[in-house]
Ligand binder design. Sequence first.
Ligand SMILES: NC(=O)c1ccc[n+]([C@@H]2O[C@H](COP(=O)([O-])OP(=O)(O)OC[C@H]3O[C@@H](n4cnc5c(N)ncnc54)[C@H](OP(=O)(O)O)[C@@H]3O)[C@@H](O)[C@H]2O)c1
Length: 270
Amino acid sequence: MTAPTIHELFDLTGRVALVTGGARNLGFDIATALAEAGADVAITSRQIEDARVTARRITADTARKVVGLACDVRFEDQVAQMVDAVLAEFGKIDILVNNAGNVVSTPENKPLEQRPIEEWEFTVDVNMKGVFLCSKHVVAKAMKPARRGAIINLGSVAGMVGKDHRVYAGTPMGGVTIDYAASKGGVIAMTREMACALAQYNIRVNCISPGGFWRGHSETFTRQYSALVPMGRMGQDGKEIKGAAVFLASEAASYITGINLPVDGGMTAW
Ligand SMILES: NC(=O)c1ccc[n+]([C@@H]2O[C@H](COP(=O)([O-])OP(=O)(O)OC[C@H]3O[C@@H](n4cnc5c(N)ncnc54)[C@H](OP(=O)(O)O)[C@@H]3O)[C@@H](O)[C@H]2O)c1
């Protein structure tokens, strides 16, 4: 038997991927990348119409089967129903991307001493409980029975390093929040724990930790954030997240589990 070529190793033809929060931004880019690599894809949004519209768009762009489903990842009954629906549609789930996340609870980004407990609970629920619930149901119903799977969690540089919030002074975003940093640090830790527990079932679990990706941020914020990055700029949606996702989902990463891959222009390298 000849060894697979590098094209074959990255090829996702015949795979089924589930991308939570896949209707927009990084989740959309990742879902598109997986479809471009050959996978059929299910994407979720809290708004069913958003998921369906984006699913049709990805199908039009890639000619893959893509379905849009509703799910709020904070609620186990919704996660269970959503996973059941994906299995009813496709019969299996090979790849799970836990992308759904709450980035900033409030636009004004209150300092620690003014933050209400509700904001902490909301962010931690979406970012950590969501990863837990989606992984739990996909592993139990699809990956463990199949003895095969790749899970990719979305962490963040905020879960790896702290920030000097004076750098963000005067910008509309004001820097990341304590709840967000805690939740993403938790996601990175969950990745390691899940990887060790699930390796025996041939399920790989890895994390991608993006740095700041530019999306209409103000000039001031962009300049001040970019000064923190060795490459001197923010990430660009689409092309700069797609490769990491396809790599970790594919056979090209068959001996990689438990890692956290920063996609951050070197932000966490110094
Ligand atoms: N963009 C960055 O610079 C950056 C940096 C570091 C890490 N990340 C991480 O990368 C992931 C994607 O980031 P993004 O910038 O694309 O985020 P985004 O634009 O805010 O999109 C977040 C996605 O999560 C979904 N979502 C939010 N709350 C949800 C809930 N309770 N249940 C289900 N889905 C929910 C949203 O879906 P609907 O609104 O359609 O329901 C949306 O698709 C997140 O985990 C984020 O923390 C992003």
